[in-house]
Design a protein around this ligand. Sequence first.
Ligand SMILES: O=C(O)CCC(=O)C(=O)O
Ligand SMILES: [Fe+2]
Length: 258
Amino acid sequence: MTTSTPDGTLTAAMCADRPAVLRGAGRDWPVYAALGEARLRELEDRPVVAEDAGGRPVTVALREILDESRAERPRGLYLRDQLVSEFEPTLWNLVPREVRRLNWLLALPGDVRPDWAWLMIGGAGTGSPLHVDTMASSAWNLLGSGRKRWTFHPPGRAEELRLLPPGCGGPPGGDGTDVVTLVQEPGDVVVTPSGWAHEVHNLTGTVSVTANFVNRSNVGFVRRYFEILEDRANLDLLTAVGTTFDRLDGVTGGSGAR
Ligand SMILES: O=C(O)CCC(=O)C(=O)O
Ligand SMILES: [Fe+2]
């Protein structure tokens, strides 16, 4: 699968309502090459704030994280909350345009535009505990190297686990869907739809880049989330964005604004 498909197959698949792994879908994204160790080593003197094995923030040189990601007995350092914009903003330009455009919210002015792209690097055994992503948005995750195991639970289950507010997740226990597990390999893109709880375990050292998005595929879910939280400011913002994209669709016949 490539991003050059004229019918938008890839970006349509990235808007699925169930977790998915798109095998090899990111191999031809320019950012995939930039996640290679040789390229990252060029930046190895940069200080970064990682988490130690106890989840405490520690400032180290990127070199230590890269060493850790290939160590036989890693110390548990995980670079997890590293914004791409603060680390190396040019990386974002290496994500294909149609993938960047998945996020309607990037059309917002700078002071309210969410900064939703992260670089993650860690050794074997690191990972992320069960969570629902920020503001119930969806996400894609491209693995540059290593192997990650993902475990997903549907929104109804996320609600039972109090990872979503009551009334947000749909039928209790989910829609009959059981747990979904998958193993992500280099070049694979994993899609986490809105409201799906997930935990991630690094089976080996890994390097990945991830970004979150709101668009036609999940705007209803995210609006409901804000309604339930009575978050009027974000609800109004999302309504305005949705209305604008609806109008654009009217002008472009639905092809221009996604
Ligand atoms: O790879 C990880 O540790 C977590 C990925 C993830 O869940 C996220 O970026 O939201
Ligand atoms: Fe996540």
